[in-house]
Write a protein that binds this ligand. Structure first.
Ligand SMILES: Nc1nc2c(ncn2[C@@H]2O[C@H](COP(=O)(O)OP(=O)(O)OP(=O)(O)O)[C@@H](O)[C@H]2O)c(=O)[nH]1
Ligand SMILES: [Mg+2]
Length: 299
């Protein structure tokens, strides 16, 4: 493996040995199994298929699904995430740029077909913006890389879109969802901010600040991401609602981050979310449309 100026190693074919050792060093036991699973899964992308539950369609036929995964020092978690991705995805996009661990090398090793995007500014919002720009699928799935979001739920999000939603919004607080990760303080903050959005924008969201969502690519026209940080989900949710697009909430279970620590800072980032809500409220937008919810409620 050859070192680059930034101290980051660059992978080449002859590096499979060292990277393999890295994977094993990173994670022994079950994690190594996950890495194995991931490598075979990458090959199966060509051969296997995943059916979209209830829709009778194959993800191999239509639609093409792009998964956008922002990463900041997630080398140890990536085997868990990439190893559980459904087969027959159109593309997997990792957006990095500021990791100081071997995130990029591990991603390339586990998933040789990964599309690697280097973000231009720090922050999850900027990473998603870059990932959306690079995505070429019909459906775009936003997935965290910390191991908390279960990639096996992707077909459920796709099914919600195939069944008529423009935006499939993950929710930890719908029946069937849950979280082992959210702290009491963040739960209270999320509920409060969620309530403010529902009042100001006439929505009936149940989980404002959740990173697991999917949408048809035409939604990109409405959700131009022009923020850099963790307020990005709030911005997207508000713009989707204001554009009058149909949202279905998909129950989702958030596990614990497997390795490392959250990059979210409760108070500064909570403040950024609140500022975003207020800014969006006064922003001149096209006329508000009533938006149908899956259960007929207005969003
Ligand atoms: N590329 C990139 N990814 C980031 C950045 N900050 C966070 N991420 C990624 O975004 C995802 C969520 O970040 P976490 O640190 O787990 O934060 P969290 O507490 O789960 O916050 P939420 O995802 O908003 O609920 C993880 O995959 C991170 O690696 C960043 O600056 N750049
Ligand atoms: Mg997290």
């Amino acid at each position: 493996m050859e070192a680059t100026e930034g101290g980051r190693a660059r992978i080449s074919a002859s590096d499979v040995g060292p990277i393999s050792e890295t994977i094993e060093r990173l994670e022994r036991g079950t994690q190594t199994e996950a890495a194995e699973w991931s490598r075979s899964n990458a090959a199966a992308v060509v051969e296997g298929e995943t059916r979209v539950p209830g829709s009778g369609i194959s993800m191999a036929e239509s639609p093409r699904v792009s998964v956008v995964i922002p990463t900041l020092n997630e080398a140890k978690n990536l085997p868990h995430v990439l190893g559980k991705l459904p087969r027959r995805l159109h593309e997997v996009i990792i957006v990095d740029g500021f990791s100081t661990d071997e995130t990029v090398e591990v991603a390339r090793f586990l998933r040789p077909d990964v599309k690697l995007v280097l973000q231009t500014c720090p922050g999850k919002g900027d990473a998603l913006r870059c990932g959306f720009e690079a995505a070429t699928g019909d459906i775009i799935v936003m997935l965290d890389a910390d191991g908390s979001a279960d990639p096996a739920e992707i077909p459920r999000f796709v099914a919600a879109l195939v069944e008529g939603a423009d935006f499939a919004k993950g929710s930890r607080f719908r029946d069937g969802g849950g979280s082992a990760d959210i702290t009491r303080l963040r739960r209270v903050g999320n509920r409060g901010l969620n309530g403010v959005v529902n009042v100001l924008f006439g929505t009936s969201y149940s989980d404002l600040c959740y990173g697991y969502n999917a949408f048809w690519r035409h939604c990109l026209d409405e959700i131009t991401v022009d923020c850099t940080g963790f307020e990005v989900e709030t911005l997207i949710n508000i713009r989707i609602a204001r554009a009058g697009l149909i949202t279905t909430e998909v129950p989702s279970f958030e596990g614990e981050r497997i390795h490392g620590q959250s990059n979210l800072r409760t108070f500064p980032d909570g403040w950024r979310v609140l500022r975003t809500i207020l800014r969006e409220r006064v922003r001149r937008m096209p006329k508000l449309h009533g938006e149908r919810h899956d259960n007929g409620a207005e969003l």
